[in-house]
Design a protein around this ligand. Sequence first.
Ligand code: FAD
Length: 297
Amino acid sequence: MKIRDMLAKGNPTVSFEIFPPKSTYPLETVFETMDSLKDLNPDFISVTYGAGGSTKGNTVDIASRIKKDFGIEAIAHLTCCTSSKEGIQETLASIKESGLENILALRGDIPEALQNDKNWNPQYRYASELIDEIKAFGDFSIGAACYPEGHVESKNMVDDLKNLKRKVDHGADFLITQLFYDNELFYQFREKMELVGVDKPVIAGILPVLNIKQVKHIQKISGCNLPPKFLRILDRYEHDPQSLQEAGIAYAVDQIIDLLSYGVDGVHIYTMNKPDPTRRIMESICSVRQAACKAVK
Ligand code: FAD
């Protein structure tokens, strides 16, 4: 099923992100993760593309097996900044052949070695160009990334919103946010989107904090704001990993319940391939999720 059709029903979706294992791990480990996630009833599962050093080549295979073998709708991420036109055409052909109907179209992070390379001449500069290519290729539901606190490379929020509008004008039919820990910034972002005329569904990305190293890394790459309530948790449980994980799960549950009460289009849990925290979150939000769906009907 196309995710745009799922979202058009108006019920808030709950979905998960997983990543392909690094090449040093067997591919099957991701299906063990899937075995533990399948009964949690997500609306769809997204599979990252080359993020965090995972193997790009496996994204389509994994997404296709999620759909065929686990009976769960899937979306393949696809990045373009280091790809050739031929490479993208080949990947699109394999996505189509595997029966996948959804693609998350991304530029990708520019590798450090290329950032200052004056001779680098990419065939794709922005995700909007990839969206054009996907639209021309076939009838996919196309998702794109958005950044409630602005993308790290953007000069300001106005430019970032203009660029977001460009992605939607080129054909993105839903958006998934960068992770955030301050719901108020997400609500303000929704208002700003409305002002610039971006009216596509926005799925909120939620990453439960599981350890301090992870938080530091996230803040470095996303520049996201850490609100006082969240900082107090980090401060208090910095040297107590078990309690930090418990508090991180509770914080994510609190965030999701608030988002569902607000009427969010969907929630996307970055699982980090760790089924247990995801299960705990899903169990805690189960009845609020059902009530939010009933409220729509
Ligand atoms: P774009 O939309 O192209 O934007 C990149 C920057 O360029 C922004 O600052 C934007 O404002 C600016 N810009 C856009 N268009 C123009 C223009 N025409 N003129 C001037 N400036 C412009 N990375 C991976 O490698 N693999 C993944 O699987 C992956 N999954 C992700 C999933 C989600 C939900 C999110 C939020 C991010 C994901 N990323 C992934 C990270 C993403 O690739 C990076 O954040 C990347 O730096 C930007 O990608 P984008 O598609 O948002 O780029």
